[in-house]
Write a protein that binds this ligand. Structure first.
Ligand code: HEM
Length: 403
C-alpha cells in the first residue's frame, strides 16, 4: 500500500505556514518602521546573538553610521533609538532561522521514519531549499539599500530596490502557499481515507462531481483568480517599495480624476534609454504614480473577479453542482476580498499608518489562503488516500461479514 502522510505532517506544515505568516508581518513592520537597514552584515550563525554590552552596541552603531541611511536620513539618531530599529531587523532574521530549523528537523524525521513518500519528500525538500534561498534573497535586498551609490545620486532615497523587495515578498508568499496548501491537502486526504466526505459531498462520486462542466469552469476561474490575487499582491510590493502609498491619498479618484494624466503615468523622466524605448516598463515599475494606479486597477479587477465568482454560487444550478465546501470557501474568499480592499483604501487614506499597512499585508496572505482553500475544495483526493479509503472500506466489510 502507498504511504499516506499522517495528520501530524499536515499539522507541522500548517504550523510552519503560520510562522511564515508571522515573519511576513514582522518583515512588513520592519520596513514600515524603517528598521530594515540597521544591520549591515549577514552572519547566518553568529548573527543570532545581538550586541549585549555598551561597547558592543557602540561598535554596532558605528557600522550603521557608515550607511547611506544614517548619513542621509538618520544622522541625529541616538544609540537608544538605534536599538529599537535594530531589534525589528534582528527579530526578522532570528525568526527566519527559527523557520529553517523548525522545518528541516521534522522533515528529516518524517522522511527517515517513512511517514512521507518520495514525491512528498522531494516537494518538501524543495520548500526547505526555498527557505534558504529566501534568506540569501533577503540579504541581496538589504545590500541594495546599503549601497553607497545613494550618496552620489542627488535626491536618492536610501531604501532597498523595489524589484528585490517584490522578489523577497513573492518568494515568502510562495513558501507560505506551498506549506499551507500541502498541509491542508494532507489533512483532507487523511480524513477522506478514513471515510469522511470529500469537500462536504456526501452523495455521489467525487470524480464525477468534479467532471461536471459547471464545476470545471468554476475551477478554471478560481485558478485565474488565484493568479490575479498574486499579481495584485506583487504590485502592492512595488507600492510599498517606492512609498507610493504616500501619494494620491484619496479613493476612488486620483487628483480629482479616475486616472492621472497620461504624461504623468508615462513620464519621460523615468526612461533611461536615449530613444525612450524603456518608457513603458520603467514607468510601470519605477514611477510611484503609475505603480499606485496599477495596484488600484489590479485590486479592483481582483475584487470584481471574487464578486463574480461568489455571485455564480448564488445560482441554484451552480450551487447544486459544486461540492458544499467549495461554495463555503468561495464565500470566505469574497468576504476576505472585501476586508482586504477596505484595508487597502484605509491604508491609503490615512497615509500608511503602521497597524493598517501591516494588517493590509497580512490580509493579502489571508486572501491567498482563502483562494488556496477554494482550489483544494475543488481538487480530487490524492491517489494514496483513494486507495486507503477503498482498503479501509473492504476491511470494514470483511469485519462485518465475519461471524
Ligand atoms: C485584492 C486586493 C489587494 C491586495 C491583494 C493587495 C495587496 C497588497 C500587498 C501585498 C502590499 C504590499 C504590502 C507590504 O509589502 O508592506 C500592498 C500595499 C499597498 N496597498 Fe494593496 N492590495 C489590495 C488592494 C488595495 C486597494 C484597493 C488599495 C487602495 C487603493 C491598496 C493600497 C495599498 C497601499 C497604499 C499599499 C502600500 C502600503 C505600504 O507602504 O506598506 N491596496 N497591497
Amino acid at each position: 500500500m502507498p504511504i499516506l502522510a499522517p495528520p501530524a505532517v499536515g499539522g507541522w506544515l500548517m504550523g510552519s505556514a503560520t510562522l511564515v505568516l508571522a515573519i511576513i508581518v514582522v518583515g512588513g513592520v520592519t520596513r514600515l518602521t524603517e528598521s530594515g537597514l540597521s544591520i549591515t552584515e549577514w552572519k547566518p550563525i553568529t548573527g543570532v546573538v545581538p550586541p549585549i554590552t555598551r561597547e558592543e552596541w557602540e561598535a554596532e552603531f558605528a557600522k550603521y553610521k557608515e550607511t547611506p541611511e544614517f548619513k542621509l536620513l538618520n544622522h541625529s539618531i541616538t544609540v537608544e533609538e538605534f536599538k529599537s530599529i535594530f531589534f525589528w531587523e534582528w527579530g526578522h532574521r532570528v525568526l527566519g532561522r527559527l523557520i529553517g530549523v523548525a522545518f528541516v528537523g521534522p522533515l528529516a524525521y518524517f522522511a527517515l521514519r517513512k511517514k512521507i513518500d518520495g514525491r512528498m519528500t522531494r516537494r518538501l525538500f524543495g520548500l526547505g531549499l526555498l527557505i534558504g534561498a529566501q534568506g540569501a534573497l533577503g540579504w541581496y535586498m538589504v545590500k541594495s539599500g546599503l549601497d553607497n551609490k545613494h550618496l552620489e545620486i542627488p535626491g536618492s532615497v536610501p531604501r532597498v530596490s523595489q524589484y528585490r523587495l517584490a522578489a523577497h515578498l513573492g518568494t515568502a508568499f510562495l513558501l507560505y502557499l506551498g506549506m499551507f496548501g500541502t498541509g491542508l491537502s494532507i489533512i483532507k486526504d487523511w480524513k477522506y481515507a478514513k471515510g469522511a466526505a470529500w469537500s462536504g459531498s456526501t452523495t455521489g462520486d467525487i470524480s464525477k462531481i468534479l467532471q461536471n462542466p459547471v464545476v470545471k469552469r468554476i475551477k478554471v476561474a478560481s485558478w485565474a483568480l488565484m493568479g490575479l490575487v498574486f499579481v495584485t499582491a506583487m504590485s502592492g510590493a512595488f507600492v510599498a517599495g517606492l512609498d507610493a502609498g504616500l501619494l494620491y491619498n484619496e479613493f476612488p479618484l486620483m487628483g480629482g480624476r479616475l486616472a492621472p494624466p497620461s504624461d504623468e503615468l508615462f513620464d519621460p523622466a523615468y526612461a533611461k534609454n536615449a530613444d525612450k524605448s524603456d518608457l513603458w516598463w520603467r514607468n510601470i515599475f519605477e514611477n510611484p504614480t503609475t505603480v499606485q494606479f496599477d495596484h488600484r486597477v489590479l485590486a479592483i479587477t481582483t475584487y470584481l473577479g471574487t464578486t463574480a465568482l461568489w455571485l455564480r454560487t448564488l445560482n441554484p444550478a451552480v450551487r447544486a453542482a459544486l461540492p458544499p465546501l467549495a461554495t463555503t470557501a468561495i464565500r470566505a474568499a469574497f468576504t476576505m476580498a472585501n476586508i482586504q480592499v477596505l484595508l487597502g483604501i484605509s491604508t491609503l487614506l490615512y497615509l500608511v499608518p503602521i497597524p493598517l499597512a501591516a494588517a493590509h499585508q497580512a490580509g493579502s496572505v489571508m486572501l491567498l489562503s482563502a483562494m488556496t482553500h477554494v482550489l483544494i475544495s475543488l481538487r480530487r483526493p490524492g491517489g494514496a488516500a483513494r486507495l486507503w479509503r477503498r482498503f479501509n472500506a473492504t476491511q470494514a466489510t470483511v469485519k462485518k461479514t465475519q461471524p
